[in-house]
Write a protein that binds this ligand. Structure first.
Ligand code: ADE
Length: 237
């Protein structure tokens, strides 16, 4: 697995992806992350990457030439799955992360300013992806979020892949409450069932807890699911 990220702020991407489990996975060669400075693909003296929008209005638009040049030079034979971060893109999800974790090579362009010249999106075949319904100053954090969500699913990245399977959203539900030692903290006890050693009861408790949390916090995730149907294919704990 290889992820290339094209950005005007390489440190914003490289640094967070050099620490913790992703940094270790990178060091251990479980996957490769290459960060490219978009300005290296400009041809003018001032390395300009943006310009005013046609039609007027505030903000700047990313020029198409450096983006197309960068994508073509990094992926000349179009072997990579090409993405671009955009608040107007399709919504990134656990499902998309799982699908992308099966792809051998992903290239992410970090969008910026008011947006990107549409011709770059079309010519470079960039799939526009948003990480949520809010606007960031740029696509760097979005690229980091996507890379993290994808790479943690690559076998060998996590110490315990089983814990990814238990995650919120992996099963379509939010994850259940979790507890660790001490057994009593500031007068609050860990639920008895979790210290009972009874694996079937623990599994049931976690599942019911996950359903009730999902119902309260994210009822939208259960929409269209018939009562009881959410039991299918759901293994929690
Ligand atoms: N750029 C600005 N906001 C964004 C978002 N929510 N997702 C992806 N890229 C963005």
């Amino acid at each position: 697995m290889r992820i290339d990220i094209i950005t005007i702020f390489p440190n914003m991407v490289d640094y967070p992806l050099s620490d913790s489990l992703i940094g270790r996975g990178r060091e251990n060669g479980i996957f490769e992350i290459k960060v490219h400075d978009l300005r290296n693909f400009t041809t003018d003296k001032h390395k300009v990457v943006d310009d005013i929008p046609y039609g007027g209005g505030p903000g700047m638009v990313m020029k198409p030439e450096p983006i197309v040049e960068a994508v073509r030079s990094i992926d000349p034979d179009h072997k990579a799955m090409r993405l671009i971060t955009s608040a107007g893109g399709e919504l990134f999800s656990q499902k998309m992360a799982t699908d992308l974790a099966k792809v051998r090579w992903i290239l992410i362009v970090c969008g910026h300013y008011k947006g990107v010249d549409q011709r770059a999106v079309e010519i470079a075949h960039l799939r526009e992806v948003s990480i949520g319904d809010y606007v960031l100053t740029g696509g760097e954090y979005a690229a980091v979020v996507m890379a993290d969500a994808i790479l943690r699913l690559i076998p060998g990245t996590m110490n315990d892949f089983g814990s990814a399977v238990d995650d919120s959203h992996f099963t379509g539900l939010l994850g259940p409450e979790e507890y660790t030692r001490p057994e009593v903290f500031e007068g609050i006890r860990v639920p008895d069932v979790l210290i009972s050693g009874h694996h079937e009861n623990i599994r049931k408790w976690r599942f019911e807890n996950a359903i009730s949390r999902t119902q309260t916090r994210r009822p939208d995730l259960l929409q269209g699911v018939e009562p009881g149907q959410e039991l299918k294919n759901k293994q929690i704990g």
